[in-house]
Write a protein that binds this ligand. Structure first.
Ligand SMILES: Cc1ncc(COP(=O)(O)O)c(C=O)c1O
Length: 445
């Protein structure tokens, strides 16, 4: 028999990590009993399976394993900053497609580094090499990273957004209000297509945040970096929106550390994320932290990613975006038809694969009648169906999880939800929305 004595002494981060985050709890509750073809998942951030170029991945695998002159030792250990072919392919991709208006000149003097496992590991490394303090970001916020930061002991300063991105006037006011405590600010975290709201941060708004960081850096006598997370920016599919400029083009002071990923445009399972940033102690510490956790991203997967980028990226990005455009339009129409009269606001649908809904008077949090209806936990068999064969369930992300718990959006967050149109087929998304409509009626009575 193993002893159940639990005397392992954990760090503060370790202690905080023993309790799964609210969203991890919710997701595991759903996924444990998730019934494919019955339950409808509008909650996960999974990409659409049909966008993943499986046949090309297979080709790239064969190429990587049989071209030792181009891909050196793909099944051996790799270097901490990433594989040379991948770093070169990323540069070519940015220049050839003028991603965010970036030119050769913007990349000069900047490094590309590959994270251990996606953008996630780079964001973690940033939090790892900084002393805990204050991180400034938009609100609603990317709840997964926010949860990491809190466990690492960081405080979040959350700035509300409008249709241009996180507000610059509120940022100024909050920095002012902080007074001397502004010295606790470690970095700004700017997500350029918001997860959860889908709001696209405009060039002007990015520039305003970078300028605020520059002025704060001057005031504090040290650099306050801006970590720009452009995870969904390659998925800008609304033809009426002009792609915003990359933070790299707006940064004369070496404050911008731009984080990108191949998860959304190629495949999350490759786990390829990268950062483009000026060389220096901060970047070197991020590289070392990545290396400490696992040396490098898989050299084989990096080589495959390099081959995929060089051969197919432009066409892949076009195809993926065409698919999401179609889905966004269909989901948007279904939302308007089925929920238009009960919504106060709807954002998203122009980039990435989320809509963010604000209901006028219906609560969405995990104790609400709507949530219980959709998770079939009302306790009423007429609503839930028989215990052994529950009626279809619908998963969504409650707004409550996405907003700063101490911030101004707490109340409105209880009437908001993030819906993904990425994962389920459009017909299933529409079916999910019909069930949400039924749930709204149930909640109102
Ligand atoms: C805003 C944001 N940043 C980063 C990531 C993680 O990207 P990766 O798969 O490269 O770790 C996500 C994933 O959904 C995201 O939404």
């Amino acid at each position: 028999m193993l002893s159940t004595m639990n005397t392992v002494e954990l760090s503060q981060y370790g202690r905080r990590s023993t309790v799964p985050s609210p969203v991890a709890r919710m997701m595991s509750a759903f996924s444990s009993g998730f019934r494919d073809g019955v339950d409808i998942n509008l909650g996960v951030g999974y990409v659409n399976e049909a966008t993943i170029p499986t046949a090309r991945v297979l080709e790239a695998t064969a190429e990587v394993l049989t071209a030792p002159d181009r891909f050196r030792q793909p099944l051996n250990y790799g270097g901490p900053t990433g594989s040379l072919p991948l770093k070169a392919a990323i540069r070519r991709y940015w220049i050839a497609n003028a991603v965010g208006g970036v030119t050769e000149a913007h990349l000069e003097g900047r490094q590309v580094i590959i994270g251990l496992s996606g953008a996630t590991s780079l964001l973690f490394a940033v939090a790892q090499v900084m002393e805990p303090g204050i991180v400034v970001m938009g609100d609603p916020m990317y709840y997964i990273y926010t949860n990491v930061l809190r466990r690492r002991g960081f405080e979040i300063l959350a700035i509300g957004e409008d249709d241009q991105g996180p507000r610059a006037d509120l940022l100024e006011a909050e920095l002012e209000r902080l007074g001397e405590r502004a010295a606790m600010i470690r970095y700004f975290y700017l997500v350029t297509v918001s997860n959860p709201t889908g709001t696209i941060c405009t060039t002007a708004r990015k520039a305003a945040w970078i300028d605020a960081a520059r002025r704060l850096s001057q005031r504090l006598g040290r650099q306050v970096p801006v970590i720009v997370d452009r995870a969904y920016e390659d998925l800008l599919h609304d033809p009426d929106v002009r792609p915003p400029a990359s933070g790299l083009t707006l940064d004369g002071d070496g404050l911008v550390y731009e984080v990108s990923t191949l998860s959304k445009i190629v495949a999350p399972g490759l786990r390829i994320g990268y950062m483009i940033a000026p060389d220096g102690p901060f970047l070197r510490a991020i590289v070392q932290a990545s290396s400490d956790m696992g040396f490098s991203a898989s050299p084989a997967l990096q080589s495959m990613a390099a081959s995929l980028l060089d051969r197919h990226v432009a066409e892949q990005v076009r195809a993926v975006n065409a698919g999401y455009r179609e889905r966004a339009l269909r989901a948007g129409e279904a939302i308007d038809t089925l929920l238009g009269d009960v919504l106060e606001r709807r954002t998203g649908g122009q980039a990435g694969f989320y809509y963010y809904l604000t209901f006028r008077d219906v609560q969405t949090h995990d104790q609400s009648p709507l949530f219980r209806f959709l998770s079939r936990t009302t306790g009423d068999p007429a609503v839930d169906g028989p215990a052994e064969n529950l009626k279809p369930r619908v998963v969504y992300i409650p707004g409550e999880i996405c907003v700063d718990p101490g911030g101004r959006l707490v109340e409105i967050g209880k009437r908001q939800m993030r819906l993904s149109y990425g994962y389920e087929d459009p017909a299933r998304v529409a079916e999910g929305l019909r069930l949400i409509r039924e749930g709204v009626q149930y909640a109102r009575h």
